[in-house]
Write a protein that binds this ligand. Structure first.
Ligand code: SAH
Ligand code: SF4
Length: 359
């Protein structure tokens, strides 16, 4: 029986070298192949001007019905915010699953927000992806492919613009798909490829403790963002069911260890929900919880989703919350509600498209 076709976007550089070597091709050609796949983000290797041995290998091995394919997702929906600065893409993978990727171009900086899973197993009640449930993990190539997609879009709209920032804040829980995410990030930050600086990459987690500690122990050079949303076990587990498994107390402990091992600042995400987690008392409790941690708190206005009837906090409550944290010595900023008119909340474009199809 024929082997299952493999993605050429999955292997790392040495993986490509091994692959060519195994086929009797000089591994020196991996350089040109890597460049085409990861720097130029080409969609068709057959159109590349490779040297004859590589061209021949591509001709024999890449394409429909052959051993290898490229991860080039199909765009099934695309929305632009009214100010034109946020573009959101719904991308279809080879097995028909759809995922979201967002490109944000504020303050002269281009930031991509990518997905790491189809759906999510963590079930946060306010999150459109959590409301869908888990479908499957993404492969490294499927994560890399989202970055390549936005880089092609940028190339078309403004050749002088380069993708400099990356956040793993799309659909899915990155630290529930640890190996694929870390492998993809090594590829994306490779200076011979997309070359997004590790210090400009953020991995956001709902609090998968073993993976947070693994990131620290392995010396992963990326920023860590931890989505907290609750200052007591009850407050948090009413929003994030998985915090019954990884308690708030043990999560904060893990963050302290992460900080001690890495010496890095941790970014704590806090989605503001009126009457749920936006009181002055909660803000004081949060400040006490974070005491001694090099922490930055990001306040996120709640985006409405069909499966949750909470509302975002009133402006005054958010500002008061911010002031309490600042007075306690923590940098605290608001993440702007960028592109709410393009359904830029996690998982919302997919959920909206489903709703449109059903009506
Ligand atoms: N699973 C990871 C990363 C993806 S979610 C995590 O939870 O951190 C990225 C961020 O979007 C998280 O901080 C999450 O809490 C937030 N988020 C999800 N749904 C939201 C909504 N409806 N409104 C505002 N923020 C939301
Ligand atoms: Fe998953 Fe993050 Fe959404 Fe929670 S907020 S369901 S962890 S994607």
């Amino acid at each position: 029986m024929d082997a299952v076709p493999q993605s050429l976007h999955d292997p790392g550089f040495s993986g490509l070298e091994d692959m060519l070597r195994a086929d009797g091709v000089n591994p020196i050609h991996a350089k040109a192949l890597w460049r085409a796949l990861h720097r130029e983000a080409v969609t068709d290797l057959h159109a590349c001007d490779f040297s004859p041995p590589l061209q021949e290998w591509v001709g024999h091995n890449v394409g429909e019905g052959k051993r290898f394919f490229l991860d080039v997702p199909e765009v099934v929906d695309e929305t632009h915010s009214s100010d034109g600065l946020t573009k959101k893409f719904l991308l279809r993978l080879r097995d028909g699953q759809t995922i979201e990727t967002v490109l944000m171009g504020y303050d002269g900086r281009q930031t991509a927000c990518v997905s790491t899973q189809a759906g999510c197993a963590m079930g946060c009640v306010f999150c459109a992806t959590g409301q869908m449930g888990f479908v499957r993990h993404l492969r490294p190539g499927e994560i890399v492919a989202q970055v390549n997609h936005v880089r092609r879009v940028l190339g078309q709209s403004a050749p002088d613009k380069r993708l400099r920032n990356l956040v793993m804040m799309g659909m899915g829980e990155p630290l529930h798909n640890y190996d694929a995410v870390m492998h993809a990030l090594a590829t994306i930050s490779d200076v011979r490829g997309a070359s997004v600086g590790p210090a400009k990459i953020s991995v956001s987690t709902v609090g998968v403790i073993p993976s947070i500690l693994r990131m620290a122990e392995e010396g992963r050079p990326y920023n860590l963002a931890v989505s907290l949303h609750g200052s007591t076990e009850e407050e948090r587990s009413s929003l994030i069911p998985v915090s019954k498994r990884w308690s708030l107390e043990s999560l904060i402990d893990a963050c302290r260890q992460y900080g001690t091992i890495t010496g890095r600042r941790i970014f704590f995400g806090w989605t503001l929900i009126a009457g749920k987690n936006d009181s002055e008392e909660t803000a004081h409790r949060l400040a006490a919880l974070l005491h001694g941690i090099d922490a930055h708190v990001n306040l996120i206005p709640l985006n409405p989703t069909s499966g949750f009837d909470g509302r975002t906090s009133a402006n005054a409550a958010g500002v008061k919350f911010q002031r309490i944290l600042r007075d306690a010595g923590f940098p605290c900023t608001f993440r702007q509600r960028r592109g709410i008119d393009v359904a830029a909340g996690c998982g919302q474009l997919k959920a909206d498209k489903k709703a449109r199809a059903a009506s």
